[in-house]
Design a protein around this ligand. Structure first.
Ligand code: HEC
Length: 145
C-alpha cells in the first residue's frame, strides 16, 4: 500500500515536471526559443569570466541579458544566458539560463558533448536557486557590468 502511494506521487511529480519543460518551445539545437538571438544581446560581463567562483560553472564564460535592469531589478520577461566553454574545448558546451516570469526567475542549464550535438537539460530549479540566493542583492544575478 505504502509503495503504491509513493509510486503514484512519483508519477504525478514526473507529469508535472514534463509539463514545465513542454511549455517552452524548443529549437532544433535543443535550446528554448526564448534564447534565440542571445549573441546580439548586451553582454553584462566586462571580459570573459575565467574564474571558478563558488565552484560553479568552470570554464570560459560570457553573460548576456535580453533587457537592462530597471532600477534594482530585471523586468519580467528578461532572459539571462551564460555560455560556458569548458576547459580543453572550443565550443559552448554548457548553456545556463535564467528567465524571469511573474517576478520569479526560472533556472535551467543545458549541456552538449560536441559543437554539432543537441543540447539536453543538465539541471534546473532549486539546486540553482540555492547558490544564486547569494546574489539576491543584485536580483539573483552574480554578474555586474
Ligand atoms: C555553487 C553556486 C552556483 C550554482 C549551484 C549555480 N550557479 Fe549559476 N552562477 C554562479 C556564479 C558564481 C555565477 C557568476 C558567473 C561565474 O562566475 O561563472 C553564475 C552565473 C550564472 C548565470 C549568469 C547570470 C549571473 O548570475 O551572473 C546564469 C544564467 C546561471 N548562473 C544559471 C545557473 C543555473 C541554471 C544553475 C542551475 C542548473 C546555476 N546557475 C547554478 C554560481 C552558481
Amino acid at each position: 500500500m505504502r509503495g503504491r502511494v509513493i509510486a503514484i506521487v512519483l508519477v504525478v511529480a514526473f507529469a508535472a515536471a514534463a509539463a514545465v519543460v513542454a511549455t517552452a518551445e524548443t529549437t532544433a539545437n535543443g535550446l528554448p526559443s526564448y534564447t534565440n538571438g542571445y549573441q546580439k544581446w548586451p553582454k553584462i560581463n566586462k571580459k570573459p569570466i575565467t574564474t571558478d567562483r563558488l565552484g560553479a560553472h568552470g570554464g570560459v564564460k560570457n553573460v548576456y541579458a535580453s533587457k537592462p535592469k530597471a532600477g534594482a531589478k530585471y523586468p519580467n520577461g528578461t532572459v539571462v544566458v551564460k555560455t560556458i566553454v569548458k576547459p580543453g574545448t572550443k565550443y559552448v558546451g554548457q548553456f545556463a539560463v535564467m528567465r524571469k516570469l511573474n517576478g520569479r526567475w526560472r533556472f535551467v542549464e543545458y549541456t552538449r558533448s560536441s559543437a554539432a550535438s543537441r543540447y539536453s537539460v543538465l539541471a534546473q530549479g532549486q539546486l540553482c536557486v540555492s547558490c544564486h540566493v547569494m546574489a539576491r542583492a543584485n536580483d539573483y544575478v552574480f554578474t555586474k557590468r
